[in-house]
Every structure is written in C-alpha cells, then in structure tokens.
Design a protein around this ligand. Structure first.
Ligand code: AKG
Length: 301
C-alpha cells in the first residue's frame, strides 16, 4: 500500500529541529544478513553510515572506464545534452548524469556481482538504479559540493518514501588530500535534518551547479560534526566508498592540478519506489530520478 503521510517534512518556511532516524540502516535480518560484508563491516556501516575499500577494483579493471571518461571530455554532443552539467566557465564538465544509460560499460558495472551482493545485503533484498552520475572536478577548475543529505533531496524532490537506498562511489582518478575528496560526517545518517525554504519548480537547474535549497543549517551541521567529526576516504583508482542515503557529505573545490573524477551509482530498494515529490512540484527528469524501470538488477554472470 502506498504511504501518503510525509514522515520527513522539509523545505518548509519555518525551521524544524533535526530528529532521530526511524528506518533501519542495514535492512537485512537474521540469515539474510550473511553476505560478502562481514558482521564487523555491517556494524561499522550501521555506526558510521559508510564503508570504504581502497583498491576495490584493480587498475586493469578500471582502464577501459578511464578511456571512456577521456572520450567524454571531448564529446561536444554529450556536453550539450540535458544530463551533462557544466562548470560556470561552460568549458569543463561538472557532472554527467545517467551515465549507465549513456554507456553499456557503465551499465554493466551497476550489475557487478561484487557490488550488487553488498548492496542487497545492506538493503535487505533486490535493488534498482535510482540515479547514476560522474562528478568530474577538473584540476584548478572543479567546484565543490555543499554539505547535504541525498535522501533529503530524493525525498522532497523525487518522492523517495523511506531511507532504504545506498550510493556506491567508485574512484576514477586517485582521490588525495588536495583534489577535493568526498567528505562524510560519521553518524550523521542517524538524524534527519529538515531544511528551510520552499523548493522552486525546476530547482535542479540551479542546485546541480550550486545548492541553495536543501542545505542543512549550520547549527545542526555543527552538532553532527562535533558528535561524529569528518572523514575523507582517499585511495587510488578503483577504490570504493559505500554510503547510506542520509549520510551528510560534501566536498571542497579542487585547487590542485590533479583531476578528481568519481562515479556514483545510487541503488534503491525495489520496496522503496518513488511516489510523487513530497515538495509538491512536478517530478524531476528521468536522468535524475528513474521512474521508468524499477525492475530488480540481476548480477552479471
Ligand atoms: C553529489 O553529487 O550529491 C555529491 O555530493 C558529490 C560530492 C562529490 O562528488 O564530491
């Protein structure tokens, strides 16, 4: 049955205080909890809201993906497509959304049995891709991403009902201290932080370049950071960060000469498919929120 009550009110004119999470973090129970992730890793995911694996895929496995990435940078048609977001200079790519629809190679990677088994273990069953993207962050020019919870946006703007999705971020170019690695606040997934301000129609056109709406207030962020601190997993090409949909995260501008390109696959449980957006606006385009195909992903043989 479709749930109509909004359990996560946000984007209102007045500030509501943050409140404790009501959904499980690891959704499988009993025997279903067994899988590639050890009990200790599941506990860590439950506690921190993310796990990181240095060199999860090896360099050889990633080589063909990097070649594709280089081709995209010179592909003028792709630069003009709706799912491609450019940096303010309009020269560099900031993000390519729907990469698994653009590329068969990336589509196959969403079904990699090593990834999918961990995702299913966390989500307690089958999953589909809600969204995919590559964030480029070119050397010197790559801008940052403000602190946010993805779930806050996916709930209000896409109608994702509950916290039952997980992102896999695969490092495509080494992430180091200086090229703007992803930063996460451990433990922040345990609180929902309602954000202030009504969502304008087509908010995504601005928010994908620089987020103004759906940004948590400083006092809540401070509380979460004082409690959990900040971590920035780093690593070579092929490293992986899996993070829960409500984990607060963001990243700095890239002031170094080294590009920082990361791939994101967002897996949502087939039991958590989208409703109408809770903010009351029209649904966002397909490249941001898949409403076309909610069938369970099957692992590649
Ligand atoms: C997002 O795309 O929502 C992010 O937060 C990405 C952050 C990053 O690529 O560093």
């Amino acid at each position: 049955m479709k749930e109509t009550q909004d359990l996560f009110p946000t984007r209102l004119e007045r500030k509501l205080g943050m409140f404790e999470r009501i959904d499980p973090v690891v959704h499988s129970e009993g025997k279903q909890r067994k899988g590639p992730l050890s009990e200790a890793e599941l506990d860590e995911f439950e506690r921190k809201g993310f796990l990181s694996f240095e060199g999860f895929f090896n360099e050889d496995e990633m080589a063909a993906f990097l070649d594709e990435l280089a081709d995209y940078e010179n592909d003028d048609d792709l630069k003009l497509s709706e799912g491609t977001i450019l940096e303010p200079s309009k020269q560099e790519i900031r993000s390519i959304f729907g990469i698994h629809e653009v590329s068969e190679r990336f589509s196959r990677l969403t079904r990699d049995p090593r990834l999918l088994a961990m995702v299913q273990q966390i989500l307690g069953g089958d999953a589909y891709i809600h969204q995919s993207r590559i964030n480029y962050k070119p050397g010197f020019k790559g801008k940052g991403f403000d602190w946010h919870s993805d779930f806050e946006t996916w709930h209000s703007e896409d109608g994702m009902p509950r916290m039952r999705s997980v992102s896999c971020s695969i490092i495509l170019t080494e992430n180091g201290e200086f090229n703007g690695p992803l930063m996460l606040v451990p433990g922040s997934h345990n609180y929902f932080v309602p954000c202030v301000g009504r969502t304008p129609e087509n908010n995504y056109k601005e928010s994908l370049k620089s987020q103004e709406i759906g940004v948590p207030d400083d006092a809540s962020l401070r509380e979460l950071m004082l409690k959990g601190d900040i971590e920035a997993p780093k690593g070579p090409v092929g490293s992986l960060v899996m993070f829960e949909c409500n984990t607060m995260h963001g990243s700095n501008i890239n002031m170094s000469c080294w590009p920082r390109s990361n791939l994101f696959f967002v897996y949502n449980s087939v039991e958590n498919t989208l409703h109408d957006p809770y903010c009351g606006n029209r649904p966002r385009p397909e490249f941001l929120a898949n409403r076309k195909d909610w069938s369970a992903l099957k692992p590649l043989k």
